[in-house]
Design a protein. Structure first.
Length: 270
């Protein structure tokens, strides 16, 4: 198995495992997972689900999978569940952190071992030994299950899909810091992602939106770790300003059948 994940330590106690997905016409979307090296180690999400990926094998470059105590699944989309069930096997002490609805959605495809589940709702805390993780729902999300969390010891915020940004190329998608992305490119990419992933944002009453983002921003995190953005350690103001703008962003309409047929017709016959 080749080492398909780029791995780097973003802070004293957070390791980023970076993958990416190329989306035709949109750009290269970072797909990150994280290891929080708390007293009871936490793995946040488990990567892409394609058959060429062996997430547990890659995770072993960072931590012995058997030492993992918590698998925080921010929501059960396929770009977050890749290594989930193999990791549950490899980490016999680990509990799967999700919600009641999360178990329901996972149960449509898999047998979810209920004795391995830990149900946690926004507003509740998870004790991981040396610190508490406060569960929250970020302002932008694409699943009724989505939760993120604030690490109360360090102020690091894990935001799931919120703050995502498809970037120009694999180099930028794999950047070790979001500061490598030019301000105007970051703004365009965040607005595009909001339009693609959370199209409902355009329907939200603006005063309610400003309150929601303001409340989130008042957490004043020391870092933002989004699944779909290079790490933001020391959070640039632009990240918040772009989030605030999400309801004003472009409407996204994907290619239609005519466009697909045109694309297929352009392929050379083998
Ligand atoms: Fe998602
Ligand atoms: Fe996602």
């Amino acid at each position: 198995m080749n080492d398909y994940l780029q791995i780097h330590r973003a802070t004293d106690d957070v390791t980023v495992l970076h993958d990416r997905a190329e989306i035709p016409g949109l750009g290269v979307l970072p797909v990150n997972t994280f290891v929080l090296h708390s007293e009871q180690p936490v793995v946040v999400d488990t990567g892409l689900s394609t058959s060429d990926k062996d997430f547990v094998d890659q995770l072993a470059r960072v931590i012995d999978p058997a030492d993992v105590r918590w698998i925080w699944l921010t929501h059960p989309d396929r770009d977050h569940t890749g290594g989930l069930f193999r990791l549950l096997e490899a980490a016999p002490q680990a509990r799967l952190v999700t919600t009641f609805v999360g178990v329901g959605i996972l149960g449509c495809q898999w047998d979810v071992p209920l004795d391995r589940v830990f149900l946690l709702n926004p507003g509740q805390d998870l004790d991981v030994g040396d610190r508490k993780l406060s569960c929250l729902r970020p302002p932008l999300f694409d699943s009724p299950v989505t939760t993120g969390f604030l690490d109360r010891a360090t102020g690091a915020l894990f935001s799931s899909d919120c703050f995502g940004a498809p970037l120009a190329d694999a180099g930028l998608a794999g950047a070790e810091s979001v500061r490598e992305v030019a301000d105007q490119d970051l703004r365009a990419a965040q607005l595009l992602w909001a339009a693609v992933d959370s199209p409902w944002a355009r329907t939200v009453d603006r005063s309610i939106w400003h309150r929601a983002v303001g409340g989130f921003r008042s957490l004043d995190p020391s870092a933002v770790f989004s699944t779909h953005l290079p790490p933001a350690v020391g959070v640039p103001e632009a990240l918040w300003d772009n989030l605030l703008e999400a309801p004003e962003g472009p409407e996204f309409v994907g290619p239609d059948q005519a466009a697909l047929e045109e694309l297929l017709a352009s392929f050379e016959p083998v």
